[in-house]
Write a protein of this length. Structure first.
Lengths: 112, 118
């Protein structure tokens, strides 16, 4: 099964400053159809997770454009251009290329 | 508005059974696949099971295979998870999540807590 490793596991950030989370896969996430099914989710405290970005870099409707995803192959990054208080929570990467099973990263806690 | 509402969680003894339900509304239930995902207290997310839009295919995580059964009822717009032979390590909040193919887990319920303890 694919293992996703996120770094850092905890990220103290300053409001208004950028933040970056890395997700590294144990194998390439390029599907045989040529697409890469790497997604990012956010879980605010006390809330269920919500999908932020799908297929590496596509923001879900309503997600602020300060969130961006990038990467290819085995290395992916979620960037927040200017952190706001509302961004506090845990961020997970998720791969669907080698489904089943779905694999989540272990999560990165973003704290002010 | 898309809504997913889980129910059926609770306290159960090791070896016992529970049936979780997830009531869906605000969208065409038959168009989507669904997943169950769990989160142990203070831990990360673990995918549990998947069911296709037409009831197939069905997949399970190795940790629950042979003990859990996923199903869906189109007439009731509901998703289910029958959990048997429960263990302490199955204790978690269980979420149902809609699966839109290229956008998996695009909607989530609020979760239902399962506690397995004597």
């Amino acid at each position: 099964d694919v293992v996703l490793t996120q770094t850092p596991l905890s990220s103290p950030v300053t409001l208004g400053q950028p933040a970056s989370i890395s997700c590294r896969s144990s194998q390439s996430l390029v599907h045989s159809d040529g697409n890469t099914y790497l997604n990012w989710l956010q879980q605010r405290p006390g809330q269920p997770p919500r999908l932020l970005i799908y297929m590496v870099s596509n923001r879900i409707s309503g997600v602020p454009d300060r969130f961006s995803g990038s990467g290819a192959g085995t290395d992916f990054t979620l960037k927040i251009s200017r952190v706001e208080a509302d961004d506090v929570g845990v961020y997970y990467c998720l791969q669907a290329t080698h489904f089943p099973p779905y694999s989540f990263g272990q999560g990165t806690k973003l704290e002010i | 508005e898309v809504q997913l509402v889980e129910s059926g969680g609770g306290l159960v003894q090791p070896g016992g059974s529970l049936r979780l339900s997830c009531a869906a509304s605000g969208f065409s239930f038959t168009t989507y696949a669904f997943n169950w995902v769990r989160q142990a207290p203070g831990k990360g997310l673990e995918w549990v099971s998947y069911i296709g839009s037409g009831g197939a295919p069905i997949f399970y995580a190795d940790s629950v295979k042979g003990r859990f059964t996923i199903s869906r009822d189109t007439a009731k717009n509901s998703l289910y998870l029958q959990m048997n032979s429960l263990r302490a390590e199955d204790s978690a909040v269980y979420y149902c999540a809609r699966d839109r193919g290229t956008r998996p887990f695009d909607s989530w319920g609020q979760g239902t807590l399962v506690t397995v303890s004597s």
